[in-house]
Design a protein around this ligand. Structure first.
Ligand SMILES: Nc1nc2c(ncn2[C@@H]2O[C@H](COP(=O)(O)OP(=O)(O)OP(=O)(O)O)[C@@H](O)[C@H]2O)c(=O)[nH]1
Ligand SMILES: [Mg+2]
Length: 219
C-alpha cells in the first residue's frame, strides 16, 4: 500500500497556542469523539479545575458546503458517516484537527506534530494578559517553523467579562488580524475554523484540490 493511501484526510490543521488557551476545548466542541492525551492539573488554574495536554488532541471533522463560495458546516466525522446521504452533491473535505500542548517546555512534542500540516490555528486566551509573553513565544516558534503557511489567530474566551478584544490581542502580538471566539460554542468554533479553511483553499490551485480529493476518496 502506498503512503498516499494511508492519508485519511484532505487537510491537516495544527492547533497551537499557550497553556490553557482553549485548544483542547475547541477540538472537542467540533468533534465530541476527539481523543486527547492529557492529565488532570494538580491545582486549579485561574479558579478552574482543568486538564492540560501532555501529548496531543486528535479530532476528525468534515467540512461540507453546497457551493465553493459558502462558509459551510463542520460535521463530526462519525455523524457524517451515519448521515452521508444527506450530503449527496455537497462539496466535502475531510479535516484532521491536531492539537498540541501549550506548556512551553513541551516544544519537542509540538515539533513532532508539525509534519504534513496544511494550515495553523493559533489560539490565545484573551482574558489572561499574563500569558501574552508565552503567546508571543509560541507565535515566534510557529512562524519560524512553518514559514509562510495559512494561519488564523484567535482571541478565545470572548464570553468572559475580562476578555480583551481581538484588536487588542492583535496589537499585543503584532498581528494585523485577530478574530474573536468562544471555543465552548460550536457556531463560534466553526466560524474560526471555516475562516482558516477558506484562507487555505485560496492558496491551493483548483487542480490540486481536485486531484487530492480523488486520491483520498478513490479507495
Ligand atoms: N470561559 C471560557 N472558558 C474556556 C473557553 N475555552 C476553554 N475554556 C476553559 O479554559 C480551560 C483550558 O482549556 P483547554 O481547552 O484545556 O486549553 P488548552 O489550550 O488545550 O490548554 P493546554 O493543553 O494546557 O495547552 C478549561 O477550563 C476550559 O474549560 C471559552 O471559550 N470560554
Ligand atoms: Mg490542551
Amino acid at each position: 500500500m502506498s503512503l498516499k493511501k494511508l492519508k485519511t484526510y484532505d487537510y491537516k490543521i495544527y492547533v497551537t497556542g499557550p497553556f490553557q488557551a482553549g485548544k483542547t476545548t475547541l477540538i472537542h466542541t467540533l468533534d465530541p469523539d476527539a481523543i486527547s492525551v492529557e492529565r488532570d492539573m494538580k491545582e486549579a488554574y485561574r479558579g478552574e479545575k482543568s486538564t492540560t495536554t501532555t501529548g496531543f488532541d486528535l479530532g476528525r471533522v468534515i467540512w461540507v458546503r453546497k457551493e465553493a463560495t459558502h462558509t459551510g458546516l463542520i460535521v463530526p466525522k462519525k455523524e457524517y458517516n451515519r448521515e452521508t446521504s444527506e450530503y449527496d452533491g455537497w462539496i466535502t473535505r475531510e479535516i484532521e484537527l491536531r492539537g498540541v500542548p501549550g506548556q512551553l517546555h513541551f516544544k519537542f512534542v509540538r515539533d513532532t506534530m508539525r509534519v504534513n500540516t496544511d494550515a495553523v490555528l493559533m489560539i490565545v486566551d484573551a482574558s489572561d494578559p499574563g500569558m501574552i509573553g508565552d503567546a508571543s513565544a509560541i507565535l515566534a516558534e510557529t512562524t519560524a517553523s512553518f514559514g509562510d503557511i495559512p494561519m488564523v489567530a484567535v482571541a478565545n474566551k470572548q464570553d468572559r467579562d475580562d476578555a480583551a478584544s481581538p484588536e487588542d490581542i492583535g496589537l499585543w502580538l503584532g498581528l494585523p488580524h485577530v478574530v474573536g471566539m468562544c471555543a465552548r460554542n460550536h457556531e463560534s468554533a466553526k466560524d474560526a475554523l471555516c475562516l482558516l479553511l477558506r484562507k487555505l483553499e485560496k492558496n491551493i490551485p483548483q487542480q490540486r484540490q481536485d486531484t487530492d480529493t480523488m486520491m483520498t476518496h478513490n479507495f
